[in-house]
Ligand binder design. Structure first.
Ligand SMILES: Cc1cc2nc3c(=O)[nH]c(=O)nc-3n(C[C@H](O)[C@H](O)[C@H](O)COP(=O)(O)OP(=O)(O)OC[C@H]3O[C@@H](n4cnc5c(N)ncnc54)[C@H](O)[C@@H]3O)c2cc1C
Ligand code: SF4
Length: 511
Protein backbone atom coordinates (compact mmCIF):
# COMPACT_ATOMS: atom_id res chain seq x y z
CA UNK A 1 0.00 0.00 0.00
CA UNK A 2 1.23 3.53 -0.81
CA UNK A 3 1.60 5.23 2.60
CA UNK A 4 -0.54 8.34 2.92
CA UNK A 5 2.27 10.53 4.26
CA UNK A 6 3.77 13.80 3.12
CA UNK A 7 6.91 13.21 1.03
CA UNK A 8 9.80 15.63 1.41
CA UNK A 9 9.44 17.14 -2.07
CA UNK A 10 10.94 20.39 -3.31
CA UNK A 11 8.98 23.61 -2.98
CA UNK A 12 7.14 24.53 -6.18
CA UNK A 13 7.85 28.11 -7.16
CA UNK A 14 6.88 28.52 -10.82
CA UNK A 15 4.39 27.32 -13.41
CA UNK A 16 7.12 25.24 -15.01
CA UNK A 17 8.10 23.61 -11.70
CA UNK A 18 4.43 22.92 -11.03
CA UNK A 19 4.02 21.22 -14.42
CA UNK A 20 7.14 19.13 -13.80
CA UNK A 21 5.81 18.13 -10.36
CA UNK A 22 2.88 16.38 -12.04
CA UNK A 23 4.98 14.06 -14.22
CA UNK A 24 5.31 10.38 -13.42
CA UNK A 25 2.64 10.09 -10.75
CA UNK A 26 0.73 6.88 -10.48
CA UNK A 27 -2.74 8.30 -11.17
CA UNK A 28 -5.52 6.04 -12.38
CA UNK A 29 -7.38 8.26 -14.85
CA UNK A 30 -9.98 6.99 -17.34
CA UNK A 31 -10.77 9.02 -20.44
CA UNK A 32 -12.69 7.74 -23.48
CA UNK A 33 -12.73 4.26 -21.98
CA UNK A 34 -8.96 3.99 -21.63
CA UNK A 35 -6.41 4.54 -18.88
CA UNK A 36 -4.41 7.70 -19.53
CA UNK A 37 -0.71 6.97 -19.47
CA UNK A 38 0.49 10.46 -18.55
CA UNK A 39 -2.24 13.09 -18.01
CA UNK A 40 0.34 15.87 -18.45
CA UNK A 41 0.92 14.89 -22.07
CA UNK A 42 -2.74 14.43 -23.00
CA UNK A 43 -3.81 17.25 -25.35
CA UNK A 44 -7.29 17.36 -23.83
CA UNK A 45 -6.03 17.56 -20.25
CA UNK A 46 -3.02 19.84 -20.77
CA UNK A 47 -4.95 23.14 -21.17
CA UNK A 48 -6.43 22.65 -17.68
CA UNK A 49 -2.91 22.13 -16.27
CA UNK A 50 -1.81 25.34 -17.99
CA UNK A 51 -4.57 27.22 -16.15
CA UNK A 52 -3.26 26.04 -12.75
CA UNK A 53 0.33 26.82 -13.83
CA UNK A 54 -0.78 30.41 -14.43
CA UNK A 55 -1.59 30.74 -10.69
CA UNK A 56 2.12 30.11 -9.95
CA UNK A 57 3.34 32.43 -12.67
CA UNK A 58 1.03 35.23 -11.52
CA UNK A 59 2.52 34.85 -8.03
CA UNK A 60 5.96 35.46 -9.55
CA UNK A 61 4.86 38.43 -11.68
CA UNK A 62 2.58 40.05 -9.09
CA UNK A 63 3.56 38.72 -5.65
CA UNK A 64 1.50 41.33 -3.74
CA UNK A 65 -1.59 40.00 -5.46
CA UNK A 66 -1.07 36.25 -5.68
CA UNK A 67 1.49 35.40 -2.99
CA UNK A 68 1.94 35.89 0.78
CA UNK A 69 4.66 35.26 3.32
CA UNK A 70 3.50 32.19 5.21
CA UNK A 71 3.18 32.82 8.95
CA UNK A 72 3.91 29.11 9.39
CA UNK A 73 7.14 28.84 7.37
CA UNK A 74 8.14 32.49 6.82
CA UNK A 75 8.53 31.74 3.14
CA UNK A 76 6.69 33.09 0.11
CA UNK A 77 3.74 30.87 -0.82
CA UNK A 78 0.68 31.04 -3.04
CA UNK A 79 -2.25 33.08 -1.72
CA UNK A 80 -4.37 30.00 -2.44
CA UNK A 81 -2.80 28.33 0.64
CA UNK A 82 -3.11 31.31 2.99
CA UNK A 83 -5.47 31.50 5.97
CA UNK A 84 -7.14 34.93 5.97
CA UNK A 85 -5.97 37.06 8.89
CA UNK A 86 -7.90 40.21 7.94
CA UNK A 87 -10.58 41.53 5.62
CA UNK A 88 -7.71 42.74 3.40
CA UNK A 89 -6.73 39.09 2.92
CA UNK A 90 -10.31 38.22 1.88
CA UNK A 91 -10.43 41.16 -0.54
CA UNK A 92 -7.08 40.21 -2.07
CA UNK A 93 -8.35 36.68 -2.71
CA UNK A 94 -11.11 38.24 -4.84
CA UNK A 95 -8.74 40.56 -6.70
CA UNK A 96 -6.45 37.62 -7.48
CA UNK A 97 -9.46 35.61 -8.70
CA UNK A 98 -10.59 38.38 -11.03
CA UNK A 99 -7.08 38.75 -12.45
CA UNK A 100 -6.75 34.99 -13.04
CA UNK A 101 -10.18 34.93 -14.69
CA UNK A 102 -8.93 37.64 -17.04
CA UNK A 103 -5.65 35.85 -17.74
CA UNK A 104 -7.12 32.41 -18.42
CA UNK A 105 -10.75 32.98 -19.52
CA UNK A 106 -11.65 29.82 -17.62
CA UNK A 107 -11.68 28.08 -14.24
CA UNK A 108 -8.17 28.03 -12.76
CA UNK A 109 -9.31 25.38 -10.22
CA UNK A 110 -7.59 26.35 -6.97
CA UNK A 111 -10.33 28.20 -5.05
CA UNK A 112 -12.15 25.11 -3.76
CA UNK A 113 -9.01 24.06 -1.88
CA UNK A 114 -8.37 27.61 -0.68
CA UNK A 115 -11.90 27.94 0.69
CA UNK A 116 -11.78 24.45 2.24
CA UNK A 117 -8.55 25.31 4.10
CA UNK A 118 -10.02 28.54 5.48
CA UNK A 119 -13.24 26.76 6.55
CA UNK A 120 -11.36 23.94 8.25
CA UNK A 121 -9.17 26.35 10.20
CA UNK A 122 -12.16 27.66 12.15
CA UNK A 123 -14.28 24.49 12.20
CA UNK A 124 -11.50 22.23 13.59
CA UNK A 125 -10.84 24.91 16.24
CA UNK A 126 -14.51 24.99 17.26
CA UNK A 127 -14.80 21.18 17.25
CA UNK A 128 -11.80 20.91 19.59
CA UNK A 129 -13.23 23.62 21.83
CA UNK A 130 -16.46 21.65 22.25
CA UNK A 131 -15.17 18.08 22.30
CA UNK A 132 -11.55 18.29 23.48
CA UNK A 133 -10.28 16.68 20.25
CA UNK A 134 -6.96 17.63 18.61
CA UNK A 135 -8.08 18.24 15.01
CA UNK A 136 -6.88 21.85 14.88
CA UNK A 137 -3.25 21.04 15.67
CA UNK A 138 -3.34 18.13 13.17
CA UNK A 139 -4.74 20.55 10.61
CA UNK A 140 -2.03 23.15 11.31
CA UNK A 141 0.70 20.50 10.89
CA UNK A 142 -0.80 19.49 7.55
CA UNK A 143 -1.10 23.13 6.47
CA UNK A 144 2.54 23.80 7.39
CA UNK A 145 3.62 20.86 5.21
CA UNK A 146 1.50 22.22 2.34
CA UNK A 147 3.12 25.66 2.76
CA UNK A 148 6.57 24.04 2.62
CA UNK A 149 5.70 22.39 -0.70
CA UNK A 150 3.57 25.27 -2.01
CA UNK A 151 1.25 22.51 -3.18
CA UNK A 152 -2.07 22.50 -5.05
CA UNK A 153 -5.02 21.24 -3.00
CA UNK A 154 -8.48 20.42 -4.36
CA UNK A 155 -11.69 20.30 -2.33
CA UNK A 156 -13.92 17.23 -2.59
CA UNK A 157 -17.30 18.03 -1.11
CA UNK A 158 -20.06 17.02 -3.52
CA UNK A 159 -21.13 13.38 -3.22
CA UNK A 160 -22.94 11.57 -6.02
CA UNK A 161 -25.96 11.63 -3.64
CA UNK A 162 -28.29 9.03 -5.21
CA UNK A 163 -31.88 9.83 -4.25
CA UNK A 164 -31.71 13.54 -3.35
CA UNK A 165 -34.70 13.29 -1.03
CA UNK A 166 -32.95 10.83 1.31
CA UNK A 167 -30.14 11.34 3.87
CA UNK A 168 -27.00 9.19 3.49
CA UNK A 169 -28.02 6.43 5.91
CA UNK A 170 -31.35 5.86 4.09
CA UNK A 171 -29.82 5.41 0.61
CA UNK A 172 -30.25 1.98 -0.92
CA UNK A 173 -26.50 1.93 -1.64
CA UNK A 174 -24.32 3.24 1.23
CA UNK A 175 -21.66 4.38 -1.26
CA UNK A 176 -23.85 7.26 -2.55
CA UNK A 177 -22.02 9.40 0.03
CA UNK A 178 -18.34 9.04 0.94
CA UNK A 179 -18.10 7.35 4.31
CA UNK A 180 -15.70 5.66 6.68
CA UNK A 181 -15.67 1.97 5.77
CA UNK A 182 -13.38 0.87 8.62
CA UNK A 183 -11.23 2.17 11.44
CA UNK A 184 -7.76 0.91 12.45
CA UNK A 185 -5.34 2.05 15.14
CA UNK A 186 -3.45 4.04 12.53
CA UNK A 187 -6.32 5.73 10.75
CA UNK A 188 -9.46 5.28 8.68
CA UNK A 189 -10.47 3.83 5.31
CA UNK A 190 -13.04 5.62 3.14
CA UNK A 191 -15.31 4.47 0.29
CA UNK A 192 -17.78 6.16 -2.04
CA UNK A 193 -17.54 8.71 -4.84
CA UNK A 194 -17.35 12.48 -5.28
CA UNK A 195 -18.80 14.11 -8.42
CA UNK A 196 -17.71 17.12 -10.52
CA UNK A 197 -14.28 17.48 -8.85
CA UNK A 198 -12.59 20.59 -10.20
CA UNK A 199 -8.87 20.28 -10.84
CA UNK A 200 -8.59 17.01 -8.90
CA UNK A 201 -6.12 15.42 -11.32
CA UNK A 202 -4.07 18.63 -11.43
CA UNK A 203 -3.72 18.76 -7.63
CA UNK A 204 -1.18 17.24 -5.29
CA UNK A 205 -3.58 16.77 -2.37
CA UNK A 206 -7.31 16.61 -1.93
CA UNK A 207 -9.47 17.50 1.07
CA UNK A 208 -12.50 15.23 1.42
CA UNK A 209 -15.46 16.80 3.25
CA UNK A 210 -19.15 16.01 3.85
CA UNK A 211 -21.60 17.55 1.41
CA UNK A 212 -24.58 18.33 3.66
CA UNK A 213 -26.07 18.61 7.16
CA UNK A 214 -25.88 15.17 8.85
CA UNK A 215 -27.76 13.48 11.70
CA UNK A 216 -26.70 10.95 14.32
CA UNK A 217 -27.47 8.00 12.04
CA UNK A 218 -25.08 9.47 9.42
CA UNK A 219 -22.11 9.36 11.80
CA UNK A 220 -19.75 7.46 9.49
CA UNK A 221 -20.46 10.00 6.74
CA UNK A 222 -19.11 12.82 8.94
CA UNK A 223 -15.55 12.56 7.70
CA UNK A 224 -12.91 15.10 6.74
CA UNK A 225 -9.46 14.04 5.64
CA UNK A 226 -6.50 15.05 3.49
CA UNK A 227 -5.00 12.60 1.05
CA UNK A 228 -2.53 12.65 -1.83
CA UNK A 229 -4.39 12.46 -5.13
CA UNK A 230 -2.35 9.40 -6.11
CA UNK A 231 -3.36 7.40 -3.02
CA UNK A 232 -3.98 3.72 -3.62
CA UNK A 233 -7.65 2.92 -4.26
CA UNK A 234 -8.57 6.18 -6.03
CA UNK A 235 -9.88 6.12 -9.63
CA UNK A 236 -10.64 9.24 -11.69
CA UNK A 237 -13.16 9.22 -14.52
CA UNK A 238 -12.57 12.33 -16.60
CA UNK A 239 -15.53 14.58 -17.37
CA UNK A 240 -16.25 15.42 -21.02
CA UNK A 241 -16.66 19.04 -21.98
CA UNK A 242 -18.50 20.32 -25.00
CA UNK A 243 -16.15 20.39 -28.06
CA UNK A 244 -13.29 18.94 -25.96
CA UNK A 245 -11.91 16.78 -28.81
CA UNK A 246 -11.03 19.91 -30.78
CA UNK A 247 -7.85 20.10 -28.66
CA UNK A 248 -6.90 16.69 -30.10
CA UNK A 249 -7.18 17.87 -33.72
CA UNK A 250 -3.80 19.55 -33.79
CA UNK A 251 -4.73 23.14 -34.69
CA UNK A 252 -5.19 26.13 -32.43
CA UNK A 253 -8.04 28.13 -33.99
CA UNK A 254 -11.07 25.88 -33.52
CA UNK A 255 -10.26 25.36 -29.82
CA UNK A 256 -11.23 29.00 -29.24
CA UNK A 257 -9.01 29.52 -26.19
CA UNK A 258 -5.54 28.57 -27.42
CA UNK A 259 -4.03 27.70 -24.03
CA UNK A 260 -6.48 27.23 -21.17
CA UNK A 261 -9.43 25.14 -20.00
CA UNK A 262 -10.99 23.86 -16.79
CA UNK A 263 -11.16 20.29 -15.50
CA UNK A 264 -13.69 18.14 -13.67
CA UNK A 265 -13.69 14.42 -12.94
CA UNK A 266 -15.58 11.89 -10.88
CA UNK A 267 -13.45 10.46 -8.08
CA UNK A 268 -14.06 6.89 -6.87
CA UNK A 269 -12.68 5.87 -3.46
CA UNK A 270 -12.32 2.11 -2.89
CA UNK A 271 -11.15 1.55 0.67
CA UNK A 272 -8.68 4.45 0.64
CA UNK A 273 -6.51 4.87 3.74
CA UNK A 274 -6.13 8.17 5.60
CA UNK A 275 -3.74 8.16 8.57
CA UNK A 276 -4.98 9.68 11.83
CA UNK A 277 -2.78 12.77 11.48
CA UNK A 278 -4.65 13.71 8.30
CA UNK A 279 -8.15 13.12 9.67
CA UNK A 280 -9.85 16.38 10.69
CA UNK A 281 -13.37 15.06 11.41
CA UNK A 282 -14.29 11.53 12.43
CA UNK A 283 -17.95 11.12 13.29
CA UNK A 284 -18.73 14.66 14.54
CA UNK A 285 -21.98 14.78 12.52
CA UNK A 286 -23.16 17.87 14.41
CA UNK A 287 -20.32 19.91 12.82
CA UNK A 288 -21.03 18.88 9.21
CA UNK A 289 -23.59 21.66 8.66
CA UNK A 290 -21.22 24.29 10.09
CA UNK A 291 -18.43 23.13 7.78
CA UNK A 292 -20.67 23.16 4.69
CA UNK A 293 -22.01 26.60 5.63
CA UNK A 294 -18.53 28.10 6.20
CA UNK A 295 -17.23 26.57 2.98
CA UNK A 296 -20.12 27.82 0.87
CA UNK A 297 -19.84 31.27 2.46
CA UNK A 298 -16.25 31.56 1.23
CA UNK A 299 -16.86 29.80 -2.04
CA UNK A 300 -19.98 31.66 -3.13
CA UNK A 301 -18.07 34.94 -3.14
CA UNK A 302 -15.08 33.25 -4.78
CA UNK A 303 -17.31 33.27 -7.84
CA UNK A 304 -16.07 36.80 -8.58
CA UNK A 305 -13.71 34.72 -10.73
CA UNK A 306 -16.55 34.92 -13.25
CA UNK A 307 -16.22 38.72 -13.42
CA UNK A 308 -12.65 38.20 -14.67
CA UNK A 309 -13.87 35.70 -17.26
CA UNK A 310 -16.70 38.14 -18.06
CA UNK A 311 -14.11 40.86 -18.79
CA UNK A 312 -12.68 38.59 -21.50
CA UNK A 313 -16.12 37.92 -23.01
CA UNK A 314 -17.05 41.61 -22.99
CA UNK A 315 -13.71 42.32 -24.68
CA UNK A 316 -14.44 39.62 -27.27
CA UNK A 317 -17.90 41.08 -27.94
CA UNK A 318 -16.48 44.60 -28.37
CA UNK A 319 -13.71 43.26 -30.63
CA UNK A 320 -16.08 41.31 -32.88
CA UNK A 321 -18.36 44.35 -33.18
CA UNK A 322 -15.34 46.31 -34.37
CA UNK A 323 -14.37 43.54 -36.81
CA UNK A 324 -17.94 43.49 -38.13
CA UNK A 325 -17.86 47.27 -38.61
CA UNK A 326 -20.70 48.03 -36.18
CA UNK A 327 -18.78 49.28 -33.13
CA UNK A 328 -20.25 52.77 -33.36
CA UNK A 329 -23.92 51.73 -33.46
CA UNK A 330 -25.76 52.95 -30.37
CA UNK A 331 -27.42 49.60 -29.57
CA UNK A 332 -24.02 47.88 -29.65
CA UNK A 333 -22.56 50.36 -27.19
CA UNK A 334 -25.64 49.97 -25.02
CA UNK A 335 -25.29 46.18 -24.99
CA UNK A 336 -21.64 46.47 -23.96
CA UNK A 337 -22.72 48.81 -21.15
CA UNK A 338 -25.37 46.27 -20.10
CA UNK A 339 -22.79 43.45 -20.08
CA UNK A 340 -20.43 45.58 -17.98
CA UNK A 341 -23.22 46.49 -15.56
CA UNK A 342 -24.03 42.82 -15.01
CA UNK A 343 -20.38 41.86 -14.68
CA UNK A 344 -19.61 44.58 -12.13
CA UNK A 345 -22.70 43.58 -10.13
CA UNK A 346 -21.09 40.16 -9.64
CA UNK A 347 -17.80 41.73 -8.63
CA UNK A 348 -19.46 44.36 -6.44
CA UNK A 349 -21.37 41.89 -4.29
CA UNK A 350 -18.43 39.49 -4.02
CA UNK A 351 -15.93 42.12 -2.98
CA UNK A 352 -18.47 43.65 -0.57
CA UNK A 353 -18.83 40.26 1.10
CA UNK A 354 -15.07 40.23 1.65
CA UNK A 355 -14.93 43.84 2.89
CA UNK A 356 -17.68 43.02 5.37
CA UNK A 357 -15.77 40.00 6.72
CA UNK A 358 -15.21 39.26 10.40
CA UNK A 359 -12.96 37.06 12.55
CA UNK A 360 -14.03 33.60 13.68
CA UNK A 361 -12.93 32.06 17.01
CA UNK A 362 -9.76 30.58 15.47
CA UNK A 363 -8.70 34.02 14.22
CA UNK A 364 -9.41 33.13 10.59
CA UNK A 365 -11.54 35.79 8.85
CA UNK A 366 -14.84 34.81 7.24
CA UNK A 367 -16.57 36.88 4.56
CA UNK A 368 -20.15 38.11 4.94
CA UNK A 369 -22.56 35.19 4.34
CA UNK A 370 -25.51 37.28 3.12
CA UNK A 371 -23.47 39.10 0.49
CA UNK A 372 -21.61 35.97 -0.60
CA UNK A 373 -24.95 34.22 -1.24
CA UNK A 374 -26.22 37.29 -3.11
CA UNK A 375 -23.03 37.28 -5.20
CA UNK A 376 -23.39 33.60 -6.11
CA UNK A 377 -27.08 34.02 -6.84
CA UNK A 378 -26.24 36.76 -9.35
CA UNK A 379 -23.67 34.39 -10.83
CA UNK A 380 -26.37 31.78 -11.48
CA UNK A 381 -28.01 34.21 -13.93
CA UNK A 382 -25.83 37.09 -15.11
CA UNK A 383 -23.16 35.16 -17.07
CA UNK A 384 -26.02 33.65 -19.11
CA UNK A 385 -27.25 37.12 -20.06
CA UNK A 386 -23.71 38.33 -20.74
CA UNK A 387 -23.23 35.22 -22.91
CA UNK A 388 -26.50 35.89 -24.76
CA UNK A 389 -25.48 39.47 -25.50
CA UNK A 390 -22.03 38.36 -26.71
CA UNK A 391 -23.72 35.93 -29.12
CA UNK A 392 -26.01 38.76 -30.27
CA UNK A 393 -22.97 40.89 -31.16
CA UNK A 394 -21.09 37.94 -32.69
CA UNK A 395 -23.68 37.11 -35.34
CA UNK A 396 -24.64 33.65 -36.62
CA UNK A 397 -21.25 32.87 -38.10
CA UNK A 398 -20.14 31.91 -34.61
CA UNK A 399 -22.05 28.63 -35.02
CA UNK A 400 -21.91 28.09 -38.78
CA UNK A 401 -18.26 28.83 -39.48
CA UNK A 402 -16.17 26.23 -41.36
CA UNK A 403 -13.21 24.60 -39.62
CA UNK A 404 -9.59 25.63 -39.36
CA UNK A 405 -8.70 22.83 -41.81
CA UNK A 406 -10.74 24.57 -44.54
CA UNK A 407 -8.93 27.81 -43.84
CA UNK A 408 -5.59 26.02 -44.31
CA UNK A 409 -6.68 24.45 -47.61
CA UNK A 410 -5.10 26.42 -50.50
CA UNK A 411 -8.28 26.58 -52.58
CA UNK A 412 -11.09 26.72 -50.00
CA UNK A 413 -8.94 28.86 -47.69
CA UNK A 414 -8.69 31.58 -50.32
CA UNK A 415 -12.46 31.53 -50.79
CA UNK A 416 -13.05 31.70 -47.03
CA UNK A 417 -10.60 34.58 -46.60
CA UNK A 418 -12.57 36.49 -49.27
CA UNK A 419 -16.10 35.74 -48.07
CA UNK A 420 -15.60 35.70 -44.30
CA UNK A 421 -14.02 39.12 -44.21
CA UNK A 422 -15.56 41.81 -42.08
CA UNK A 423 -14.29 45.38 -41.88
CA UNK A 424 -11.50 46.19 -44.34
CA UNK A 425 -7.99 45.91 -42.95
CA UNK A 426 -8.82 43.19 -40.43
CA UNK A 427 -7.47 39.73 -41.31
CA UNK A 428 -10.28 37.18 -41.78
CA UNK A 429 -8.40 34.75 -39.55
CA UNK A 430 -8.53 37.24 -36.64
CA UNK A 431 -12.29 37.55 -37.06
CA UNK A 432 -12.61 33.75 -37.06
CA UNK A 433 -10.46 33.49 -33.93
CA UNK A 434 -12.61 35.97 -32.06
CA UNK A 435 -15.80 34.14 -33.05
CA UNK A 436 -14.29 30.83 -31.89
CA UNK A 437 -13.38 32.39 -28.53
CA UNK A 438 -16.99 33.51 -28.01
CA UNK A 439 -18.17 30.06 -29.04
CA UNK A 440 -15.66 28.49 -26.62
CA UNK A 441 -16.94 30.58 -23.70
CA UNK A 442 -20.66 30.30 -24.37
CA UNK A 443 -21.09 26.87 -26.03
CA UNK A 444 -17.73 25.09 -25.94
CA UNK A 445 -15.20 23.90 -23.36
CA UNK A 446 -15.13 27.02 -21.25
CA UNK A 447 -18.92 27.34 -21.16
CA UNK A 448 -18.62 24.59 -18.55
CA UNK A 449 -16.84 27.05 -16.28
CA UNK A 450 -18.56 30.25 -17.37
CA UNK A 451 -22.17 29.02 -17.50
CA UNK A 452 -23.07 25.65 -15.91
CA UNK A 453 -20.47 25.90 -13.15
CA UNK A 454 -21.89 29.37 -12.46
CA UNK A 455 -25.30 27.77 -12.07
CA UNK A 456 -24.45 24.73 -9.89
CA UNK A 457 -20.93 25.21 -8.47
CA UNK A 458 -20.99 25.94 -4.69
CA UNK A 459 -24.63 24.86 -4.71
CA UNK A 460 -27.57 25.19 -7.12
CA UNK A 461 -29.60 28.45 -7.03
CA UNK A 462 -32.14 27.22 -4.47
CA UNK A 463 -29.42 26.69 -1.87
CA UNK A 464 -28.57 30.41 -1.99
CA UNK A 465 -32.25 31.38 -1.74
CA UNK A 466 -32.56 29.23 1.40
CA UNK A 467 -29.57 30.97 2.99
CA UNK A 468 -30.72 34.45 1.96
CA UNK A 469 -34.17 33.65 3.39
CA UNK A 470 -32.62 32.62 6.72
CA UNK A 471 -30.66 35.86 7.02
CA UNK A 472 -33.11 38.46 5.71
CA UNK A 473 -34.33 39.70 9.14
CA UNK A 474 -37.94 40.30 8.09
CA UNK A 475 -39.12 41.05 11.63
CA UNK A 476 -36.69 43.94 11.84
CA UNK A 477 -37.72 45.22 8.42
CA UNK A 478 -41.42 44.95 9.28
CA UNK A 479 -40.78 47.05 12.39
CA UNK A 480 -39.10 49.74 10.33
CA UNK A 481 -42.16 49.89 8.07
CA UNK A 482 -44.63 49.93 10.95
CA UNK A 483 -42.82 52.78 12.70
CA UNK A 484 -42.93 54.96 9.58
CA UNK A 485 -46.53 54.02 8.86
CA UNK A 486 -47.50 55.12 12.37
CA UNK A 487 -48.66 51.66 13.48
CA UNK A 488 -48.45 51.12 17.22
CA UNK A 489 -46.65 47.98 18.36
CA UNK A 490 -47.66 46.21 21.55
CA UNK A 491 -44.37 44.52 22.48
CA UNK A 492 -42.29 47.73 22.50
CA UNK A 493 -39.14 45.86 21.39
CA UNK A 494 -36.11 48.04 20.80
CA UNK A 495 -35.48 48.15 17.04
CA UNK A 496 -31.84 48.96 17.58
CA UNK A 497 -31.32 45.87 19.73
CA UNK A 498 -32.75 43.67 16.95
CA UNK A 499 -30.65 45.50 14.41
CA UNK A 500 -27.50 44.60 16.32
CA UNK A 501 -28.00 40.92 15.59
CA UNK A 502 -27.22 39.05 12.37
CA UNK A 503 -26.62 40.72 9.04
CA UNK A 504 -27.44 44.26 10.14
CA UNK A 505 -24.90 44.09 12.96
CA UNK A 506 -22.28 43.79 10.23
CA UNK A 507 -23.88 46.40 7.98
CA UNK A 508 -23.82 49.07 10.73
CA UNK A 509 -20.58 48.05 12.43
CA UNK A 510 -18.24 51.00 12.54
CA UNK A 511 -14.63 49.87 12.60
C1 LIG B 1 -18.43 22.58 -13.35
C2 LIG B 1 -18.64 22.20 -11.93
C3 LIG B 1 -17.56 22.16 -11.04
C4 LIG B 1 -17.74 21.75 -9.72
N1 LIG B 1 -16.65 21.66 -8.89
C5 LIG B 1 -16.80 21.10 -7.66
C6 LIG B 1 -15.67 20.86 -6.82
O1 LIG B 1 -14.53 21.16 -7.16
N2 LIG B 1 -15.87 20.27 -5.62
C7 LIG B 1 -17.10 19.91 -5.19
O2 LIG B 1 -17.20 19.37 -4.10
N3 LIG B 1 -18.20 20.12 -5.96
C8 LIG B 1 -18.07 20.70 -7.17
N4 LIG B 1 -19.19 20.93 -7.97
C9 LIG B 1 -20.47 20.43 -7.49
C10 LIG B 1 -21.55 21.44 -7.16
O3 LIG B 1 -21.40 21.94 -5.86
C11 LIG B 1 -22.89 20.70 -7.37
O4 LIG B 1 -23.06 20.58 -8.77
C12 LIG B 1 -24.07 21.36 -6.75
O5 LIG B 1 -23.98 21.31 -5.34
C13 LIG B 1 -25.38 20.71 -7.21
O6 LIG B 1 -25.35 19.33 -6.98
P1 LIG B 1 -25.71 18.31 -8.18
O7 LIG B 1 -24.88 18.67 -9.34
O8 LIG B 1 -25.62 16.96 -7.62
O9 LIG B 1 -27.18 18.66 -8.58
P2 LIG B 1 -28.51 18.20 -7.84
O10 LIG B 1 -28.27 18.26 -6.35
O11 LIG B 1 -29.00 16.94 -8.39
O12 LIG B 1 -29.49 19.40 -8.23
C14 LIG B 1 -30.32 19.38 -9.39
C15 LIG B 1 -31.61 20.15 -9.05
O13 LIG B 1 -32.32 19.46 -8.02
C16 LIG B 1 -32.58 20.32 -6.92
N5 LIG B 1 -32.47 19.53 -5.68
C17 LIG B 1 -31.39 18.82 -5.25
N6 LIG B 1 -31.66 18.21 -4.08
C18 LIG B 1 -32.92 18.55 -3.76
C19 LIG B 1 -33.78 18.22 -2.66
N7 LIG B 1 -33.36 17.44 -1.67
N8 LIG B 1 -35.02 18.76 -2.67
C20 LIG B 1 -35.44 19.56 -3.67
N9 LIG B 1 -34.68 19.89 -4.73
C21 LIG B 1 -33.44 19.39 -4.78
C22 LIG B 1 -31.53 21.42 -7.00
O14 LIG B 1 -31.95 22.62 -6.38
C23 LIG B 1 -31.36 21.56 -8.51
O15 LIG B 1 -32.33 22.42 -9.03
C24 LIG B 1 -19.04 21.40 -9.28
C25 LIG B 1 -20.12 21.46 -10.16
C26 LIG B 1 -19.94 21.85 -11.47
C27 LIG B 1 -21.14 21.87 -12.40
S1 SF4 C 1 -15.18 28.26 -10.66
FE1 SF4 C 1 -14.10 30.09 -10.07
S2 SF4 C 1 -14.10 29.98 -7.83
FE2 SF4 C 1 -14.48 27.90 -8.54
S3 SF4 C 1 -12.41 27.01 -8.67
FE3 SF4 C 1 -12.97 27.76 -10.70
S4 SF4 C 1 -12.01 29.76 -10.78
FE4 SF4 C 1 -12.12 29.20 -8.63
Amino acid sequence: MVPNTIPDTKKITSGEAYINSLRGRNLRVYLFGELVEEPLDHPMIRPSINAVAETYDLALREPELAAVISPLTNERISRFLHICESTDDLVLQNKMQRKLGQNTGTCFQRCVGMDALNSLHSVTFEMDEKNGTDYHSRFLDFLTAMHRQNAVISGAMTDVKGDRSLPPHQQEDPDMFVHISRWTEKGIFISGAKAHQTGCINSHWMLVMPTMRLGEKDKEYAVVGALPVDSQGITYIYGRQSCDKRSMEGGNLDVGNVKFSGQEAMVIFEDVFIPKEHVFMDGEYDFAALLVERFTTYHRRSYVCKSGVGDVLIGAAAAIAEMNGVAKASHIKDKLVQMTHLNETIYGTGIASSFQGFPTKSGCYLCDPMLSNVCKHHVTKMPYEIGRLSQDLAGGLMVTMPSEKELEDPKIGTILKKYLRGKAGIPTEDRMRMLRLIENMTLGRNAVGYLTESLHGAGSPQSQRIQIGRMMQLEYKKRLAKILAGIEMKDNKDVLAIELAGYFSRVFKIN
